[in-house]
Design a protein around this ligand. Structure first.
Ligand SMILES: *[C@@H]1O[C@H](CO)[C@@H](O)[C@H](O)[C@H]1NC(C)=O
Ligand SMILES: *[C@@H]1O[C@H](CO)[C@@H](O)[C@H](O)[C@H]1NC(C)=O
Ligand SMILES: *[C@@H]1O[C@H](CO)[C@@H](O)[C@H](O)[C@H]1NC(C)=O
Length: 367
């Protein structure tokens, strides 16, 4: 005490700093030491996860020429390349459940480049959309059409490997590269088919939001995804864009509308391919008509076992990320995702709500 107080104030500050540095250094040293002894004799923890493939590299690759397989690509998107830490846990779960897939994080800038490169005739309308959220909603249809694979919002947690889900529908998953370099050939004699997958939320089929666009998967070149582009062009020519909500123009309400239209009008016919053969995208893929196509809306327990609608009310306290009691492990136990064999779940952060990216509504997420 007396020794320190006899020092001059600047010198005292230096001594205090040295003490702090030594203390923190010791903490770090012992933490590392205990971690390495902990794993001695055991296998290191399995950090194997889907490797990142940059959107720039993907844009430089050829598009798929093979329409009957789901390429092992996980598409996610955010405004910038830096993923907010709150999404880390969920996004990592998808990469860890699917370690043999590749992970593509699209930014707003990448999305614009994708439109310029492959959909230049749509650029005018893309830029006319009244907000980033509309563009983010729309562009996932283009990922699916051009590349196929699986799109998941950043607040989706992956519970099981996606390969198994597609296998139950007799759809094979293959490395993306093999869809254009000819290195993958079909081995079984199952029927060739283009197939798009969506998930149902809840049990009320007439509910506008019952097929969220937070998750989708597809083989490449599925004409269903061009319906959204056509419809947006029509709408933007007519109404004042700012007056149509994202949900109605490019989001879940629009998606459910297209699915109903598809099932009513285009299922089991080549009418959609013929219509799309007049679309300028035909220059990229060549004319389509030879292969069957279908759309599968998966049952509620597969993709969205927790519903934010009435079905999910009983679980809202622990399952809604915006609730004080949010606890994802308890949520999964209560919903019995293991029993149902759920592949995915989302706790509905609504981070993509109409007013833009990253609402300030995720304070409870601190895993
Ligand atoms: C780690 O993950 C890979 C890829 O799924 C798997 O092949 C391997 O067996 C896992 N290793 C351990 C120790 O679990
Ligand atoms: C998958 O293929 C098997 C064998 O061809 C068939 O029995 C089964 O019904 C098919 N499943 C689906 C969902 O099409
Ligand atoms: C189902 O959804 C429709 C449309 O939103 C609504 O009018 C109806 O009340 C809902 N039914 C139930 C049982 O929630």
């Amino acid at each position: 005490m007396t020794a320190i107080s006899s020092l001059s104030p600047p010198f005292r500050r230096v001594v205090a700093l040295v003490v702090i540095v030594v203390f923190v250094g010791t903490l770090i040293y012992f933490r590392d030491l205990s971690a390495s002894t902990l794993y001695k004799g055991l296998d290191p923890p399995n950090h194997s996860k889907a490797a990142q493939l940059s959107a720039k590299d993907l844009l430089k690759s050829p598009v798929s020429k093979n329409y009957e397989f789901v390429p092992k690509l996980i598409h996610q998107s955010w405004s910038t390349p830096e993923l907010p830490s709150k999404f880390e846990t969920w996004s990592r779960s998808c990469r860890e459940q699917n370690p043999d897939w590749q992970w593509v994080l699209w930014t707003d800038e990448d999305n614009l480049n994708l439109v310029k490169q492959y959909f230049p005739w749509f650029l005018e309308y893309y830029q006319k959309l009244p907000g980033e959220i509309y563009r983010a909603d729309l562009v996932r249809n283009m990922y699916m059409y051009l590349y196929g694979g699986m799109y998941a919002d950043l607040d989706i947690e992956c519970l099981r490997p996606a390969n198994e889900l597609f296998e139950t529908y007799n759809i094979t998953t293959v490395p993306y590269k093999s869809t254009y370099d000819g290195s993958h050939h079909r081995t079984s004699n199952t029927q060739q088919e283009r197939k798009a997958f969506f998930g149902r939320m809840g049990t009320n089929d007439t509910f506008d939001h019952s097929i969220p666009n937070a998750w989708m998967a597809s083989t490449p070149g599925h004409p269903f995804f061009l319906l959204s582009l056509d419809s947006v062009i029509e709408k933007l020519k007519g109404e004042i864009p700012g007056k149509i909500t994202a949900e109605h123009l490019t989001g879940p309400i629009a998606l459910r509308r297209y699915i109903n239209l598809y099932l009513k009008k285009y299922k089991d016919s080549d009418e959609l391919d013929q219509r799309m053969n007049k679309n300028p995208i035909v220059d990229v893929f060549g004319p389509q008509d030879s292969m069957k196509h279908s759309v599968e809306v998966l049952p509620w327990w597969n993709v969205f076992p927790y519903s934010w609608d009435r079905d999910g009310l009983a679980f809202k306290e622990i399952c809604s990320v915006n609730s004080e009691q949010y606890d994802r492990e308890r949520c999964k136990l209560n919903i019995a995702t293991d029993h149902w064999g759920s592949y995915f779940i989302t706790y509905w952060s609504h981070s993509w709500s109409r007013s833009g990216h990253n609402e300030n509504n995720m304070k409870n997420i601190a895993d």
